[in-house]
Write a protein that binds this ligand. Sequence first.
Ligand code: HPA
Length: 234
Amino acid sequence: MSMHIAAMPGEIAEVVLLPGDPLRAKFVADTYLENPVKYNDIRNIFGYTGTYKGKRVSVQGTGMGIPSVSIYVNELFRDYGVRRALRIGTAGSIRVDVKLRDLVIAMSACTDSGANKIRFGGRDYAPTASFSLLKTAYDTACALGFKPAVGPVVSSDMFYTEDPDEWKLWAQFGCIAVEMECAELYTLAAKYGREALTLLTVSDSLVTHEVTSAEERQQTFLQMMEVALETAIS
Ligand code: HPA
């Protein structure tokens, strides 16, 4: 057991999918995994292990934001020997050509978070995806007929920013979408020498102020899952 995860050693697979929403973890386990077993319900942040196409896969909720994802990913890498972690989440588009429901693959993550300022004593660090996972996800997505947007994202500590135009500077510097966890996942993967990737579907647009419906989010989530699972077991 670690502090926030109740699993015994060996109960979590080397490959883990990471939705923010714990109920999404339950949905993934119920929908895609054979013989899923729940190994965690501490704080209702559910985690399950099962098999997908014969390979062991776990799915662990992380909660929202860098402090929360940091707790779960630290424990998964440090205490459970997880080798490959794929975040599956949603993001707000900050570019006109990244549309609602598009699939985004985060190549790297800029951030306004204090986490890496603390960790690196004020120096900058460039949180970056695993190239091999990124290539596999991109090729898989293209083979399935999707056209993923690949680029840097922004991992923000603030969903409700004081300045509603704050995203524009990030967009000017090439970022394509805003979410709240990727920078910490990539930083911790580098620290522990593991592989990580973030796949996102666009749930809203900061450019046009459009928002997807719950049904649309569910549909795009299913499409993203095809890419995530094939990449996870590759
Ligand atoms: N901002 C930050 N995180 C998000 C957003 C957003 O607009 N949409 C989905 N996750």
